[in-house]
Design a protein around this ligand. Sequence first.
Ligand code: ADP
Ligand code: MG
Length: 301
Amino acid sequence: MHIGILSRNKSLYSTRRLKEAAEARNHTVHIIDTLRCYMNISSRKPEVHYNGKMLPRFDAIIPRISPKNTFYGTAVVRQFEMMGVFSLNESVAISRSRDKLRALQLLSRKGLGLPITGFASSPDDVDDLIKIASGAPLVIKLVEGTQGIGVVLAETTQAAESVIDAFMGLKANILVQEYVKESGGADIRCFVIGDKVVAAMKRTPEPGEFRSNLHRGGSASLIKITPEERKTAVDAARIIGLNVAGVDIIRSDRGPLVLEVNSSPGLEGIEKATGKDIAGQIIEFIEKDARPHKNKTRGKG
Ligand code: ADP
Ligand code: MG
């Protein structure tokens, strides 16, 4: 097959591993810088141009869209979809996953376990918002934050009020969430491919920190997940519409709660923690599943 990897940087671990795994299975791989793709959308014949030429026809693309470039990146993916190219993750699903509020609303509609979460715009509603999220300590998050940046733990009601006021003053969209104390900030990254969790790791925050992101100094260890956790992760990926997803789950007294669903989950942490060839499994999924004009979300938001 001819596979295009949409990535801004060929030296990133995940990009390198996907290329390696595809080439090891005799596929031809092109790494395409997402932001250098430009498009003709005016005719009935959608095209993607690159470096002054039209791109060759790919059998599949693997979008690795950075959260910084969601807007342009999903437009590029959509263009490939319009051309009938199979995308490992579809543009609509990527957009859903990038907006934490939208993703949580979709998951709540299907009854998945979620931390109690509130959302408001006016500083006049802050008191009630804090009550909805079951009072301090609570977690405040930027709706489009990532890698733990923009996630704050407010220990007291007073701290919560000032942080929420400050974010609202900056016109930032935020979520206010119950702090799941039992977890101590640890979460479980479930790596989903298709309808299976192919690997899982526990991430524990470093001392003095509550965010377990590996970028924030969190450490990864092996963990055996329960059938309920497995089902929750697979359901979450399916509801968002992702074939490949990193579903973050937190263990609580009332069962697994979904924190977020990542559409470009990193391979380095999970491959190193579990010793599994996740890149190879992704390529195998594409071999089985990729077909022209196959699109689950059909452009639906
Ligand atoms: P990001 O997209 O920035 O990774 P997350 O929502 O995943 O944002 O939060 C980052 C980390 O903070 C999580 O991995 C978890 O360790 C911790 N965390 C987030 N929300 C909660 C919560 N409600 N209760 C306890 N810990 C949380
Ligand atoms: Mg996270």
